[in-house]
Design a protein around this ligand. Structure first.
Ligand code: NAD
Ligand code: MG
Length: 400
């Protein structure tokens, strides 16, 4: 039977890779709903090719989309708007699978709506899980949702864990013979830069990742190693494991996507060419496997795999994220909000690359931590952290 798919953030890098996978399996999947925030021309092209039943845009973009659809003689697509529209399609009764690929906190409520509606949720939007942690996982359990990791590392870990690992007790301890998780990191474009060199890097340089082609925000996060920090938190929640059982390993070739070590001395790795179509296809079809265009790994070409420890002096974001996870409560949500604001300012050339973790650290010290006991509290704290980050950035700007 064909599965009906909703893609939140279809115009982004993950959204486009998802379409690439779906396109190859028209008998198994149909596109029911798509959402976009900008790039409305591209969105209308996607409407033309995939003929979804619903599309969601910001209300300010509604007219533009309507015009474009009219020009293409498309009259049978319902247009919804804003967050209410995102939530409506994410929980729509006709949807089986939701790809959560909006970037940042904007994806939290739609992703949570999909989880609460008991969907198969393919999670790319790591910020949503970093912010909501246990609330998201509890909602998944309560509503029989299947929350499957699309982030390549977490998808790799999922593939290397015992089959029923996620169904058994969740108490933060490794179980079923697992000793620890080895979370791999490419190290980003500035792996070998000195502090002096890091001081001067530009947004364009930060967005040029050596192995992956991604959206701008996650590209900067990869360059600061905050992406690995967010992924450390993501792994702790998804696999119910305390942060001390997750070791970050820099592996510049991005061929091994992460590993699981067992008590008997075994280390299982998942390998493949760095292409997000693989984890997307895995999460879509699990426990089956479906074809993608990704070529099989040629180990005679990729004959050298290197590993090293991350440097938290040059890349303090990783330390900040680990500390936030250790502290728990609202700290990961504060970290995430401050980072989103700092990265946006860096991209607009308001602050320098090295000031990104400085802003995050300031906000973590300034905003009081507390219990992350409801989504309302998390969203209020997110808002406060954003205000404090913006104030800090204004101070930094006036000094320079
Ligand atoms: P992107 O910037 O390319 O795309 C983001 C999508 O979100 C776009 O469709 C955009 O229109 C939409 N969007 C942005 N702001 C929005 C808002 N306020 N409201 C509604 N929609 C909004 O980003 P991406 O690289 O595709 O990443 C998406 C998510 O997947 C991120 O959370 C990222 O961390 C995660 N992820 C990405 C990759 C990758 O290879 N790109 C890998 C792993 C995880
Ligand atoms: Mg990743």
């Amino acid at each position: 039977m064909s599965q009906s798919v909703c893609i939140l953030g279809v115009t982004g890098s993950i959204g486009c890779s998802t379409l690439k996978v779906l396109e190859q399996h028209p008998d198994q999947y149909s596109v029911f709903a798509i959402t976009g925030y900008s790039r409305i021309k591209e969105l209308s092209e996607i409407c033309k090719q995939f003929r979804p039943k619903c599309v969601v845009v910001p209300s300010a973009k509604m007219d533009e989309l309507q015009q474009l659809l009219k020009l293409q003689n498309i009259a049978d697509i319902e247009i919804l708007t804003d967050e209410a529209g995102l939530i409506a399609v994410a929980q729509h009764p006709e949807v089986d699978v939701v790809m959560a690929a909006i970037v940042g906190a904007a994806g939290l409520l739609p992703t949570l709506a999909a989880v609460k509606a008991g969907k198969r949720v393919l999670l790319a939007n790591k910020e949503a899980l970093v912010m909501s942690g246990d609330i998201m996982l509890q909602a998944a359990q309560d509503n029989n949702a299947l929350l499957l990791p699309v982030d390549s590392e977490h998808n790799a870990i999922f593939q290397c864990l015992p089959q029923n690992y996620l169904q058994t007790e969740r108490n933060g301890e490794p179980k079923q013979g697992v000793k620890q998780i080895l979370l791999t990191a490419s190290g980003g474009p500035f792996l070998n830069h000195s502090i002096e060199q890091l001081r001067k890097v530009t947004p364009a340089q930060a967005c040029k990742h050596p192995n992956w082609s991604m959206g701008r925000k996650i590209s900067v996060d990869s360059a600061t190693l905050m992406n690995k920090g967010l992924e450390l938190i993501e792994a702790c929640h998804l696999f119910s494991i305390k942060e001390q059982f997750v070791t970050v390993v820099v592996h510049p070739q991005s061929i091994i996507h992460s590993m699981v070590q067992y008590v008997d001395g075994s280390t299982l790795a998942q390998m493949g060419n760095p292409d997000m179509c693989t984890p997307i296809a895995h999460a879509l079809a699990w426990p089956e496997r479906i074809q993608t265009h990704v070529p099989p790994l040629d180990l005679f070409v990729h004959s050298q795999l290197d590993f090293q420890e991350p440097d938290i002096i040059r890349f303090p974001s990783l330390r900040l994220a680990r500390d936030a996870m250790k502290e728990g409560g609202l700290a990961p949500a504060i970290l995430n909000a401050a980072n989103e604001v700092a990265v946006a300012s860096f991209l607009q050339q308001q602050i320098s690359f090295l000031e990104i973790p400085q802003v995050v650290e300031h906000v973590l010290n300034y905003v009081q931590n507390g219990l992350a006991d409801s989504i309302e509290t998390i969203l209020q704290t997110d808002e406060l952290a954003r205000q404090v980050a913006s104030q800090r950035i204004t101070q930094l700007e006036s000094r320079s």
